[in-house]
Design a protein around this ligand. Structure first.
Ligand SMILES: [Zn+2]
Ligand SMILES: [Zn+2]
Length: 483
């Protein structure tokens, strides 16, 4: 556009600039572009306004995105999609779904991007039924071959514990983008299909799909979950050779892999190698490794390093206090606990949930608030007898080891996942696999108990904890007891 002899950006140029800012995740440049658009009077142009919404949402600033969104007259599909996707990305699922419904009511022509946003919401909230309905709608509207929709569907099915659904989508979409490959890789890694992770990576190379840092994170994650130290080192090296700089998450995963495998000194070397400050997850992984392998001296050293970091998360505080206690440094352990108390930091409450119809049923340890409570406890008692006959003995030592979980000692037999499983056993038809989601790690005793439950009932039980999936069948777990 020409004004006073000068060239100004117009409604073609502004959206492409904001798009670049979004791609580079450069909030400040995006904001300056927005300011310029206001100055030259383009902010209420629907194309410019929508692209600004999309940019703010992608940069993670939902407040600014929403402000712009509410101001645009005659919103188009880009503004709706950008806003919905933004909410979905930031885990504000309810708001995303509410907006999607509004968009459908306004009979707005939704596109594949809008769908992928909502499907991601379903995945994050493990709303399998709603996710399937969305999949059905995509098929009806012929959006299922879009790779945006494809990668969202793969991660939705995988997060809901239905890895078979993820594979189906992956092989159905012929024109796969990197997002789809990565979504499939992470799904395989979480479901312990480790061999498939390596095979898929080989296939990617053969079809000429260039891996990125997320791809390598999936590979390292798979190695760490399966305890494959040599393979992990290989891919860590390969990534550097391919010119991809490892980020803090790659380092944390390597420390986790080495630490769990007992190679604690190599793990420490990795932390020294890091070009950035080690993050909380790096220290957490190292402390966990020390705890597993009983290296109290190193744990004490790490705890000292963490202590000088300043405020850390409650979870890390618990690890810290446990590390000091294990090293016999009780004063410091008490101090760490005191800080936790003084700051009013609360450990996260253990929650498990199952989906039935379009409803989610949530349980906490020792929960007696559920309408079917009596039946649930009766089922657990009866099942407990069968399990004992099959050789199950409760291991209460896990009660003391429980970290980051606010689950009461006396209620180990009634940890939230067991209640959720019992509920599913009395509610679901026998052929249906039981899918339970949990926000914390499954404790060792529950892991053993659920193996027995799967054997005694002949049911497939899939439990997702805060880190991975466990598929229990016939007395065995897919994680091979390494988790
Ligand atoms: Zn437990
Ligand atoms: Zn397992």
């Amino acid at each position: 556009m020409l004004r006073n002899g000068r060239v100004y950006p117009d409604d073609h140029i502004f959206p492409s600039v904001t798009k670049s800012c979004a791609m580079m995740n450069d909030y400040r440049a995006g904001q300056s572009t927005h300011c310029l658009a206001v100055k030259v009077g383009y902010d209420f142009n629907v194309f410019v306004g929508s692209s600004v919404v999309d940019m703010y949402a992608k940069c993670g600033n939902l407040v600014d995105a929403r402000k712009m969104f509410d101001e645009i007259p005659g919103k188009n599909v880009v503004s709706w999609s950008g806003m919905i996707y933004g909410y979905a990305q930031m885990g504000e699922d309810e708001e995303a779904l509410r907006l999607f419904k509004e968009a459908l009511i306004e009979d707005l022509s939704v596109n594949d991007f809008t769908f992928s946003g909502v499907i991601r919401v379903c995945g994050n909230s493990t709303l399998l039924e709603l996710g399937k309905q969305m999949h059905g709608l995509c098929l009806k509207m012929s959006y299922h071959s879009s790779s945006f929709v494809g990668s969202a569907l793969i991660s939705m099915y995988s997060k809901c514990g239905v890895i078979e659904g993820a594979y189906l989508v992956f092989y159905e979409v012929l024109d796969k983008n990197l997002g789809m490959w990565n979504a499939m890789l992470i799904g395989c890694a979480q479901h312990s299909h480790t061999k498939n992770v390596f095979e898929l990576f080989g296939k990617m190379e053969r079809v000429g799909m260039k891996p990125n840092f997320i791809t390598f994170l999936c590979l390292l994650y798979a190695c760490s979950h399966a305890g494959l130290v040599e393979e992990g080192k290989y891919y860590f090296q390969l990534m550097k050779e391919q010119g991809i700089e490892p980020g803090d998450q790659h380092y944390a995963t390597m420390v986790d892999l080495l630490g769990r495998a007992g190679k604690l000194h190599e793990a420490v070397e990795i932390t020294k190698e890091m070009p950035m400050q080690p993050t909380e997850s790096v220290w957490g992984a190292l402390l966990t490794g020390c705890r597993i392998h009983g290296n109290t001296e190193l744990a004490g050293y790490v705890a000292d390093r963490v202590s000088i970091l300043g405020p850390v998360s409650p979870g890390l505080h618990v690890l810290l206090s446990n590390a000091y206690a294990a090293a016999g440094r009780y004063k410091e352990a008490a101090k760490a606990r005191k800080i936790l108390r003084d700051r009013g930091m609360k450990k996260e409450t253990g929650l498990s949930w199952v989906e039935e119809g379009n409803r989610i049923y949530t349980f906490v340890a020792g929960d007696r608030a559920h309408a079917k409570s009596e039946e649930i406890y009766r089922k657990l008692e009866k099942l407990g007898e069968d399990m004992a006959r099959a050789g199950y003995v409760a291991d209460t030592s896990y009660v003391l080891q429980e970290v980051g979980a606010d689950e009461k000692i006396q209620s180990i037999r009634y940890h939230s996942e067991r209640l959720a499983i019992a509920f599913a056993l009395i509610t679901f038809p026998p052929e249906r696999p039981i899918r339970v989601m949990k926000n914390l790690r499954v404790c060792g005793d529950c892991h053993t108990a659920i193996k027995f439950m799967s054997r005694c009932t002949g049911r497939i039980i899939i439990v997702r904890d805060n880190n991975r999936f466990h598929r229990f069948e016939g007395g065995k777990c897919s994680c091979g007891d390494y988790w």
